[in-house]
Design a protein around this ligand. Structure first.
Ligand code: IPE
Ligand code: IPE
Ligand code: MG
Length: 241
C-alpha cells in the first residue's frame, strides 16, 4: 500500500484528458494560454507520481484533431508550447527511464519542425521501460480508426489480407500504438462528462473517473485518488460476478 493504493493491483495504463486550462486562467484574469503554460507543472507532477508508484503506462491528451478549430493564436501557442516542453523536459524524462511516444496524425497542419522534435524524442527515449508516457497530439479517435481502415483496405487490395479474416485483432494491429495496453482508467478533469474523441477503440472498457479539478491544479494526489477509485470498482467485462 502507498497513498491508500493497493500496489499489487495497479492499473497498467491510465489515460488523462487534461482539461480546464482556459477556465483556470480566466478565473484568475489571465490569458487562456497562461492556463496551458500552468498545466505543465500538473503534468510533470502526475508523471512523478506515476513513477513513484510504478505506473507503467500514462497517456495524456495534449491536442485533439478538433482543437484546430480554436483561434489561430491559441493553436500556434499550443504547437510552440508542446514543442518547447518536449525540448526542455526530454533529457530529464530520459534519465528517469521514461519512454516518450506520440499517437496522432503526423502531418496535416503540424509544423514540420515539431514533427522532427517528436521523432527525435521518441528515438532518444525508445529503450526506456520504466514508464511509457504517450502524448495524444493531433489525435482523434475517429481519425485513428479512419487511418486503420485505410491501411487495412490497402492491404486487402494488394491481397496481403483476406477481408473475410478481418477481426478485432486486425483493427487493433493497425492502431497508432498496437503494443499499448488498453487504458484501465480514463480520467477527465474540469467537470466535463465526455471523452471528446479520445481513445475511441481503446477505452471501450475503461473505468471513467471524472473530477472537477481544473487541469493546472491537478497533482499526483489527484492521480492517486483516481487510482483508488478505480480499485474500488468492479470490472465485469460483460460477465457476471
Ligand atoms: C485543455 O484545456 C487543453 C487543450 C484542449 C489543449 P482547455 O483549453 O480546453 O480549457 P477549457 O476547457 O477551455 O477551460
Ligand atoms: C479535449 O479537450 C482535448 C484535450 C484535452 C487536448 P477539449 O476542451 O478540446 O474538449 P471539448 O471541446 O470540451 O469536448
Ligand atoms: Mg476544454
Amino acid at each position: 500500500m502507498a497513498h491508500g493504493i493497493d500496489l499489487s493491483h495497479l492499473p497498467r495504463h491510465v489515460a488523462v484528458v487534461m482539461d480546464g486550462n482556459g477556465r483556470w486562467a480566466q478565473r484568475r484574469g489571465l490569458k487562456r494560454t497562461d492556463g496551458h503554460a500552468a498545466g505543465e507543472e500538473a503534468l510533470f507532477d502526475a508523471v512523478e507520481g506515476g513513477l513513484e508508484i510504478g505506473l507503467p503506462w500514462l497517456t495524456v491528451y495534449a491536442f485533439s484533431t478538433e482543437n484546430w478549430r480554436r483561434p489561430l493564436d491559441e493553436v500556434r501557442f499550443l504547437m510552440r508550447f508542446n514543442e518547447s516542453l518536449l525540448l526542455r523536459r526530454r533529457d530529464d524524462l530520459n534519465e528517469r527511464g521514461v519512454r516518450v511516444r506520440f499517437i496522432g496524425r503526423r502531418g496535416g497542419r503540424v509544423p514540420r519542425r515539431v514533427l522532427r522534435h517528436i521523432e527525435e524524442t521518441e528515438a532518444l527515449t525508445a529503450k526506456n521501460r520504466r514508464m511509457t508516457l504517450t502524448f495524444a497530439f493531433n489525435y482523434g479517435g475517429r481519425a485513428e480508426l479512419v487511418d486503420a481502415v485505410r491501411a487495412i483496405a490497402a492491404e486487402a487490395r494488394s491481397r496481403k489480407l483476406d477481408p473475410a479474416k478481418i477481426d478485432e485483432r486486425t483493427i487493433h494491429r493497425h492502431l497508432y500504438a498496437p503494443d499499448m495496453p488498453d487504458p484501465d482508467v480514463l480520467v477527465r478533469t474540469s467537470g466535463e462528462y465526455r471523452t471528446s474523441n479520445y481513445l475511441l477503440w481503446e477505452a471501450a472498457y475503461s473505468e471513467l473517473v471524472f473530477t472537477d479539478v481544473l487541469w493546472p491544479d491537478f497533482r499526483r494526489d489527484d492521480l492517486f485518488a483516481a487510482i483508488r477509485e478505480f480499485q474500488n470498482r468492479s470490472r465485469r467485462f460483460g460477465t457476471i460476478e
